[in-house]
Each structure stands twice: as structure tokens, then as C-alpha cells.
Design a protein around this ligand. Structure first.
Ligand code: UD1
Ligand code: UDP
Length: 380
């Protein structure tokens, strides 16, 4: 029996972990035992527990309860807690997702104890080192034994960085491996889309299918910069008034905490009292899928939400200066508008009237099975 440790901490990692946990439960339970460590990076029920319950992920075996903090402080506490666990209990490998501080901490703790790291969502790059996520993902890729890239673009990024030319060997004598596995979030979106209609999220917010915009904003360079945050919210208000269209905004706690501080009082007041803009608490994953499936268009700075918009064939206005998911741009299903008022308004106008195609670019919906087979091959 192979024993792996899955490290999660932030909302998108918990959701991603559902795909592997489900595959292990259904088809690999005789070969793989999974233990889950939650770093506690996200801790509000709506950012964490709701996903374990709704997506039937086994509750974490360990919770470090690290909470929020400065990057170094938060990451250091996580490294220390993960190290303590892997020194006290044997694991054959550690599964890490994405690019958060929890990912970086898991990588540093595991690599120093010579536990093989399996990095899911390897090879993604924004080429913007001002993003903490870019630093985390580059570091994690370097420390990993198997890199599971979700797209061919991610494979090409790794090739350009020399990953295919340099033969890296770990203490167990094994060489680094790199695969295009497809995207576990495509697995999840396909699987859970069937159940999302059971939620009441449209009715409870008086939303009509194909007649509202779904927006999310949480990226630090948007929330923490008053000029950018003001510009994004001014544009949302303008679009909703001009086109008489509802905008639902499930607010990340980072954003709800910073809006009163970083928006001008007049704009904040108008947003709160707008009859079109619906500010709501973070929603569950099934509710989010239901919102994505029925939206006219998506506006977001989230990595995961950009991709889910594509899965559900919705155009996406991307509130960032660049994206890791360049396939979306290449198929003209998304537009980069940054936090620029005019570009956001023009982007909405252009994308809401355009015919867009959404070819399958993110695998076959069975990425989790591919990943688990490769992990078994590597460890057996
Ligand atoms: C983190 C990730 C980011 C990811 C996002 C997913 C890093 C560096 N960033 O950003 O890549 O896109 O998660 O959502 O790892 N907060 C709460 N309750 C919670 C969690 C957070 O109130 O349960 C608030 C706190 O004020 C905290 C702030 O949100 O300081 C930011 O949380 P943090 O985990 O540091 O970063 P995110 O912005 O969530
Ligand atoms: N999500 C959710 N509820 C919300 C907002 C997002 O379930 O209120 C899901 C979303 O569907 C996606 C993931 O959370 O699967 C994306 O997380 P987030 O935007 O926080 O982080 P990112 O993907 O940018 O790292």
C-alpha cells in the first residue's frame, strides 16, 4: 500500500483535491492510502469546510491552523508543521496543488526530508515575478519529482526553462518526470456540473439565466491597490447601469475586508446600494458552478474561475495584466483588460456580442486517474 500526504490550505486547493480523493475512494483504495493535511491558510467555513462537506472530501487528518499572516511568517509556520508531521509519520510521497503559500511550504518541508513531491498544476507561468504565486510555483516545480502539467502550454514553459534537458536525480535515485496530465479541475467541473442544479443560488439572488454577469475579485494587486480596486468597481457599476444587467459578486474575505478601506466612500456607497450589483458571501462550489453555467459572461481575476468559464462556454473578461491560461486568449474566449476602466467596459461590450468557440483543451476529464497511475508507477 502506498501512503501519500495531500497538502491543502487555500480554497482552490481543497476543491482540486476532490478529484484525486474521489478517484482513490472509487478505484485505488486497495493501492493508495491518502492522508490530508490542511495548513489552515483558509479557515472561514465558507472558504474551507463547505468544500469538504459538499464535495465529499475526507476531513483533514491534520490541521495546522496557521491562519493569515505575512508571507514569510505564514509560510514558515506551515513548513515547520508539515515537517513535524513527515518526521513523525512515514509517507511515500506528497501531493501539492497549484501555487499558494501552502504549496511552497509543502514543497520545502518534503524536499528536505527527501519525500517525493508530485506537483499538480506544474509549469504554469505568468512571467510576472511580482505575483507571489509565480514565485511559489517556480520554486515548487524545481523541488518536485513528478510535474503534472495541465496543458501543453505548461509543458512548453517547462521545456523553455530547460526542465527537459536537465536530468535531475533525487535521493531515492529516481529521475524527475514530467507529464501533460490534463486538468483535475476539468474532471471536477464535469463531475459536479450534474449536481449544481440542486442549489437555489439563482432564485435566492433573483437572477435570470443568461442575464447576469458573474464577477470575482481577490488578487492582491487588485484588492490592495486603491487605484486599481476603484477602477474595477467603477467599471462594474458603469456596465451594470449602462446595460441594465445584474452582476453577482461572491466576495473573497480579502476583498470584503479591503473594499471599505480602499474604495472611495462615494463609490463604496453606490456599490452597496446599487440595484444591479449583488455582493454576497463566498458561495459553495456547486453554487459557483451553477452561477458559471448560467451567466451571460464572467469577469474575474481568479485563475480557476477563468478556466471554469471556458469549461462552461462563457466568455471571460480577465481583470489582470496577464494570464497563465493563454489558451483562453488564443481561442478569443477571454480578453485581458487589467484593472483599466475603459478596457473593462470595452471588453464587456466586445465579448458579450461575439460568437466564441470553446474546444476541449484541458484534458479528457480523467486527469486524476492518469496522475494516480503515474504516482503508482513511480513509487512501486
Ligand atoms: C491565496 C493565494 C492565492 C489564491 C487564493 C485563493 C497565496 C500567496 N495566495 O490568496 O494564490 O488565489 O488564496 O483564494 O497563497 N481571509 C479570511 N478568511 C479566510 C482566509 C483569508 O478572512 O478563511 C482574509 C484574511 O484577511 C487574509 C486575507 O484574506 O489576510 C488573504 O488570505 P491569504 O490566504 O493570505 O491570501 P489569499 O488572498 O486568500
Ligand atoms: N469558488 C467557489 N466559491 C466562490 C468563489 C470561487 O467555490 O465564492 C471556486 C471556483 O469555482 C474555483 C475556485 O474557487 O474552483 C477558485 O478559487 P479562487 O478564485 O479563490 O483562487 P484561484 O483559482 O485564483 O487561485
Amino acid at each position: 500500500m502506498i501512503k501519500i500526504l495531500t497538502v491543502v490550505g487555500a480554497r482552490p486547493q481543497i476543491i482540486k483535491a476532490a478529484a484525486l480523493s474521489r478517484a482513490i475512494r472509487d478505484d485505488f483504495s486497495d493501492r493508495i492510502e491518502e492522508k490530508i493535511l490542511h495548513t489552515g491558510q483558509h479557515y472561514d467555513a465558507a472558504m474551507s469546510k463547505v468544500f469538504f462537506d459538499e464535495l465529499k472530501i475526507p476531513m483533514p487528518d491534520h490541521n495546522l491552523g496557521v491562519g493569515s499572516g505575512k508571507h514569510g511568517e505564514q509560510t514558515a509556520k506551515m513548513i515547520s508543521g508539515i515537517e513535524d508531521l513527515i518526521l513523525s509519520e512515514h509517507f511515500d510521497g506528497v501531493v501539492l496543488y497549484g501555487d499558494t503559500n501552502s504549496t511552497l511550504a509543502g514543497a520545502v518541508a518534503a524536499v528536505k526530508q527527501h519525500i517525493p513531491i508530485f506537483h499538480i498544476e506544474a509549469g504554469l507561468r505568468s512571467f510576472n515575478m511580482a505575483m507571489p504565486e509565480e514565485v511559489n510555483r517556480i520554486a515548487c516545480d524545481q523541488m518536485s519529482s513528478i510535474l503534472f502539467a495541465p496543458t501543453q502550454t505548461a509543458i512548453e514553459n517547462l521545456r523553455k526553462e530547460g526542465f527537459m534537458d536537465i536530468d535531475v536525480r533525487f535521493k531515492n535515485g529516481k529521475h524527475r518526470q514530467i507529464f501533460n496530465s490534463g486538468d483535475v479541475m476539468y474532471d471536477n467541473s464535469l463531475y459536479f456540473a450534474e449536481f449544481s442544479g440542486r442549489t437555489k443560488i439563482l432564485e435566492s439572488n433573483s437572477l435570470q439565466a443568461n442575464n447576469y454577469i458573474l464577477a470575482t475579485i481577490h488578487r492582491d494587486n487588485n484588492t490592495d491597490n486603491p487605484y486599481r480596486l476603484e477602477s474595477i468597481f467603477r467599471a462594474l457599476l458603469h456596465i451594470s447601469d449602462e446595460y441594465k444587467i445584474d452582476i453577482i459578486l461572491p466576495l473573497h474575505p480579502r476583498t470584503s475586508k479591503l473594499m471599505p478601506k480602499n474604495l472611495s466612500p462615494e463609490l463604496y456607497d453606490k456599490i452597496k446600494h446599487s440595484s444591479y450589483i449583488k455582493l454576497v458571501e463566498p458561495v459553495s462550489f456547486l453554487e459557483m458552478i451553477e452561477l458559471e453555467k448560467n451567466a451571460k459572461l464572467v469577469m474575474t481575476d481568479s485563475g480557476g474561475v477563468q478556466k471554469e468559464a471556458f469549461f462552461f462556454e462563457k466568455p471571460c473578461v480577465i481583470l489582470r495584466p496577464e494570464t497563465e491560461w493563454v489558451e483562453i486568449l488564443e481561442h478569443a474566449a477571454g480578453l485581458i483588460v487589467d484593472a483599466d476602466f475603459d478596457r473593462i467596459v470595452d471588453g464587456y461590450r466586445d465579448l458579450s456580442t461575439k460568437q466564441v468557440t470553446f474546444p476541449p483543451l484541458f484534458g479528457d476529464g480523467k486527469a486524476a486517474y492518469f496522475i494516480l497511475e503515474k504516482i503508482i508507477d513511480y513509487l512501486e
